[in-house]
Ligand binder design. Structure first.
Ligand code: AMP
Length: 398
């Protein structure tokens, strides 16, 4: 394989997993992708997809360091290592320090560590991934791309919680928002698809995956978003409750004796589509049951779509009007049922659904789903956070 040294290795490190991909930032071509899972357990393994073939290897109980070492050897064996120009790391929380992606330096590492109280599970894992990559890929420049940084353009009226202000002043308690890399990619892609000038555009985006949020993007900048201090706030998600009365904490404590940790676990892992449907967090399962008339699945779908439409209407306040509404993420890119319900609920904002176009946009097909007479355009955009990280990294090292 002819290979110039311009590809980017993307690393997305979680507490017990490590996702990776090698991407050409110009063409978007993905040479390999994979994941190491169950890191630190006896069953730890790494698997990848290369030239259409799926392969895997055991890590013999190894953790992140072993995973990155195995990744290095595998990339060497496949002849991919020599084409890698830099490593781009996805980092969850950049607090108020990181307003954009940057090169990894000692200071940047310290600043990511300083944000740990904002993302106690994620940021330490991200740092472990960066350190392992520095050890096994010495000499390669590294960058960090944050889920939060795109939303740093939000005005203070959008990110301030109405609680004693000292909690913000002393500890950074505020709305940060997530999925920023996806919003950056999708807002640009939507403007390209619709031939809109991004510097004069009002775009609403619904990123609907197992985690879900929506955002208001005005002239290319985030003005508001539904996720908050943590990804729990906002929309109904696979297992997260989204917006609720904060007094639910004391209610569940009094009625069931649950601790703060137990309630946090319920609201993050046992709520959302799973909690209401009592079936699954997987939208496909819910949709199937809904089509068969299952009552709980129908209620889960109704609440999901109603909350989403209501939040999107609120986002239109932040943009002061809507040129386009883009759906993305596993649900946004595939569920014609949810998109249809939401676009129809937003008819008063000027949306008119084209049912056939909506049906056609599934399984990787992007495009407009509103009618030619619709005053605002609804469309489906396939998000590509890895490509955005690769592009940021290429720009930073050039
Ligand atoms: P993500 O986190 O972006 O990978 O999205 C995962 C979510 O997308 C899950 O809830 C899936 O059920 C949902 N999803 C994937 N494919 C489909 C589909 N064909 N129809 C409905 N939902 C889907």
């Amino acid at each position: 394989m002819a290979m110039t040294k311009e590809n980017i290795l993307i690393i997305n490190c979680g507490s017990s997993s490590l996702k990776f991909a090698v991407i050409n930032p110009s063409s978007g071509e993905e040479f390999i992708n994979g994941i190491a899972e169950r890191l630190g357990e006896a069953e730890a393994f790494i698997r990848w997809k290369f030239q259409g073939n799926k392969e895997s290897e055991t890590l013999n109980g190894g953790a992140h360091d072993a995973a990155v070492e195995a990744l290095l050897h595998m990339l060497e064996a496949k002849g991919l290592k020599e084409g890698i120009a830099a490593v781009g790391h996805r980092v969850v929380h950049g607090g108020e320090t990181f307003k954009e992606s940057c090169i990894v330096t000692k200071e940047a590492m310290q600043a990511i560590e300083d944000c740990t109280h904002l993302a106690p599970l994620h940021n330490p894992a991200n740092l472990v991934g960066i350190k392992a990559a520095q050890k096994h890929f010495p000499g390669l420049p590294m960058t960090v791309v944050f889920d939060t940084s795109f939303h740093q353009s939000m005005p203070d009226k959008a990110f301030t919680y109405a609680v004693p202000y000292k909690f913000y002043r002393e500890n950074g308690l505020r709305k940060y928002g997530f999925h920023g890399t996806s919003y950056r990619f999708v807002s640009r892609a939507a403007c390209e698809m619709l031939d809109l000038d991004i510097s004069n555009s009002k775009i609403l985006i619904a990123h609907l995956g197992n985690g879900a949020s929506c955002a208001a993007v005005l002239n290319g900048e985030s003005m508001d978003t539904t996720m908050g201090l943590t990804p729990l706030e906002g929309l109904v998600m696979g297992t997260r409750c989204g917006n609720i009365d904060a007094n639910v904490f004391s209610f569940l404590n009094k009625e069931y004796g649950y601790s703060i940790e137990e309630i946090t676990d319920i609201l993050n892992k046992k709520s959302g589509l799973l909690g209401i449907s009592e079936l699954s967090n997987d939208c496909r399962v819910i949709e199937e049951a809904y089509m068969e008339g299952n009552k709980q699945a129908t209620l889960a779908m109704d609440v999901f779509c109603y909350v989403l439409a209501k939040q999107l209407a609120g986002m239109a306040v932040a943009t002061g009007g809507v040129d386009a509404l883009a759906f993305t993420g596993g649900i946004g890119e595939n569920s014609d049922i949810i998109r249809g319900k939401v676009v129809e609920a937003l008819a008063f904002l000027g949306f008119e659904l084209d049912k056939q176009r909506n049906l056609d946009c599934r399984f990787g097909n992007e495009g407009v789903i509103s009618s030619d007479t619709s005053r605002a355009t609804a469309l489906v955009v396939s998000t590509n956070e890895e490509l955005m990280i690769a592009k940021d990294t290429a720009a930073l090292i050039s």
